[in-house]
Design a protein around this ligand. Structure first.
Ligand SMILES: *[C@@H]1O[C@H](CO)[C@@H](O)[C@H](O)[C@H]1NC(C)=O
Ligand SMILES: *[C@@H]1O[C@H](CO)[C@@H](O)[C@H](O)[C@H]1NC(C)=O
Ligand SMILES: *[C@@H]1O[C@H](CO)[C@@H](O)[C@H](O)[C@H]1NC(C)=O
Ligand SMILES: *[C@@H]1O[C@H](CO)[C@@H](O)[C@H](O)[C@H]1NC(C)=O
Ligand SMILES: *[C@@H]1O[C@H](CO)[C@@H](O)[C@H](O)[C@H]1NC(C)=O
Ligand SMILES: *[C@@H]1O[C@H](CO)[C@@H](O)[C@H](O)[C@H]1NC(C)=O
Length: 351
C-alpha cells in the first residue's frame, strides 16, 4: 500500500528506502480562520520503537521534495502550520512521512488551499445590551492567529438569529455589515435569545453559530419611573427646603440654650407647662413674639428631662450656679426682663 503512494511521487530513491515503514494515514488539515493544524494517524504496532514524523510544504506548482520544513522528526501526530504565513489565496502541497531509525516511509501528500479548505470560525464573543423594546448587539470579529481581525483577509458580515425565549419556533434573522447593530422593535420586558454567525459572500464562507445568549428587553415602565422621579424629588425639596431655610427661626423658637439653675426643684405648679412640644411652641408663637421671652418658658419645659438625668438628687453641674430665680407660677412676670438675663444662666457651664 505505501508503494502506491510512493509511485505517485515518482521518487525512486525514496521508494527503495521507504519500503519498510508505512506512511501516515488519515492525513487532514484542520483549518479554521488562519489556524492550520495538520493531523494524521499511524499504527504504532507496526514498529517496536517510537516512530517520528517530518512534515513540510511547497507551493503546489513546485516539484520534488518539500523545501520548507515545519516539523522535523516530531513524536506527535500533528504539526502546526499556522505561523508559516501561508498566503490565504495560494495553493500548497503539504508533505508528511514517518521516519524510523534507518528508514523512512513514503511522503503522504495533501493539497491545501486556505481560501478553499479553511473554514470561518464563529465570533469569539458577543455582547448584548438590553434597551427599551430592543437589544443592542456587539460582536467581536473572528481573528487570525496573530489576533488580527479576519476582516483584514475577507469582508465579513454577521447574521443574528433571534427569537422569543418562549416561542423558539418563530425565529427572525437580521444581517449586519458592521460588528454592532440593534434588534428592534421587540416586545418590552420579554426575554429574547439570539445567536450569531459570521459570513463572507465573496469567499462563500459561513461560520457556525455562537452559543445562544438570552437577554430580557427593557420597557416603558422604566421610562415612566425616570419621568416621575424628578417630580418626586421636587416635592421632597418643597417640603425639606423651607424647613432648612427657616431652621434657625424654628430652633430659636423651640430650643432653649440652657437649663436655668432655678428649676432644680420645680414646684408642682409647673406641670401645666409640661405640654407636648408642638403645643408649647404654638402658644409661644402666638402669645409672645420676641424670642427672648420664649426661652425661659422652654427652659421650664425641659425640666422633666433634667430631673430624669439627675434622679440621684445631686447637682447636675449645669444647675449649680444657683443664681436663677425661684420658679413659680408667677414667673411669666419675669418675662418682661431684658434678654440679658439669659447669660446669667449660662455661666454655670463655664465652672
Ligand atoms: C484512519 O481512520 C479510520 C476511520 O476513522 C480508522 O478506522 C483507522 O483506524 C485510522 N487509521 C489509523 C492508522 O489509525
Ligand atoms: C524490533 O524489530 C527489529 C527488526 O525491525 C528486531 O530485530 C528486534 O528484535 C525487535 N525488537 C523487539 C524488542 O521486538
Ligand atoms: C532536522 O533536524 C536535524 C537535527 O535535529 C537536522 O540535522 C536536520 O537537518 C533537520 N532536517 C531538516 C529537513 O530540517
Ligand atoms: C540501521 O543502521 C545501522 C548503521 O547505521 C545498522 O547498524 C543497523 O543494522 C541498521 N538497522 C536496521 C534495522 O536496518
Ligand atoms: C492573542 O490574544 C490572546 C488573548 O487575547 C493571547 O493569549 C495570545 O497570545 C494572542 N496571540 C498573539 C499571536 O498575539
Ligand atoms: C434565517 O436564516 C436561516 C439560515 O441561517 C434560515 O434557515 C431561516 O429560514 C431564516 N429565517 C428567516 C425568517 O428569514
Amino acid at each position: 500500500m505505501p508503494m502506491n503512494r510512493c509511485t505517485s511521487l515518482a521518487f525512486i530513491l525514496t521508494l527503495t528506502v521507504a519500503e519498510a515503514l508505512l506512511s501516515p494515514e488519515n492525513v487532514t488539515m484542520e483549518a479554521v480562520n488562519t489556524r492550520y493544524v495538520l493531523r494524521w494517524d499511524w499504527d504504532q504496532t507496526h514498529a517496536n520503537y517510537t516512530v517520528k514524523f517530518t512534515a513540510g510544504y511547497t507551493y503546489s506548482n513546485e516539484h520534488g521534495e518539500p523545501d520548507k520544513w515545519v516539523c522535523n522528526r516530531t513524536t506527535e501526530k500533528q504539526c502546526d502550520f499556522s505561523f508559516q504565513n501561508l498566503h490565504y489565496l495560494a495553493s500548497y502541497k503539504v508533505w508528511v512521512r514517518a521516519e524510523g531509525r534507518n528508514e523512512s516511509s513514503c511522503w503522504h501528500l495533501l493539497k491545501f488551499c486556505p481560501e478553499e479548505h479553511a473554514s470561518l470560525g464563529p465570533p469569539p464573543h458577543v455582547e448584548v445590551v438590553s434597551g427599551e423594546a430592543m437589544l443592542m448587539v456587539n460582536i467581536a470579529e473572528p481573528v487570525t492567529v496573530y489576533n488580527a481581525s479576519m476582516s483584514s483577509i475577507m469582508p465579513l458580515s454577521f447574521r443574528v438569529q433571534y427569537w422569543e425565549k418562549d416561542a423558539t419556533h418563530q425565529k427572525s434573522n437580521q444581517s449586519l455589515t458592521a460588528t454592532w447593530g440593534t434588534l428592534s422593535p421587540l416586545k418590552p420586558w420579554t426575554e429574547y435569545c439570539l445567536k450569531v454567525c459570521a459570513f463572507s459572500m465573496e469567499y462563500d464562507k459561513t461560520s457556525p453559530f455562537t452559543n445562544k445568549l438570552c437577554v430580557q428587553t427593557r420597557g416603558k415602565k422604566n421610562r415612566l419611573f425616570w419621568k416621575i422621579l424628578p417630580g418626586v424629588l421636587i416635592c421632597l425639596l418643597l417640603v425639606i427646603l423651607p424647613v432648612y431655610v427657616y431652621r434657625n427661626t424654628i430652633k430659636s423658637l423651640c430650643l432653649p440654650p440652657n437649663l436655668p439653675s432655678s428649676i432644680q426643684d420645680p414646684p408642682p405648679a409647673v406641670t401645666p407647662l409640661l405640654q407636648p412640644w408642638e403645643e408649647s411652641c404654638t402658644v409661644l408663637a402666638v402669645v409672645a413674639a420676641p424670642t427672648p421671652q420664649c426661652q425661659p418658658e422652654f427652659e421650664q419645659r425641659e425640666l422633666p428631662q433634667a430631673q430624669r438625668q439627675d434622679s440621684s438628687g445631686q447637682d447636675s453641674g449645669i444647675c449649680s450656679g444657683g443664681e436663677g430665680e425661684e420658679s413659680s407660677p408667677e414667673w411669666p412676670a419675669e418675662l418682661s426682663e431684658p434678654p440679658t438675663a439669659s447669660p446669667q444662666w449660662v455661666t454655670p457651664f463655664s465652672q
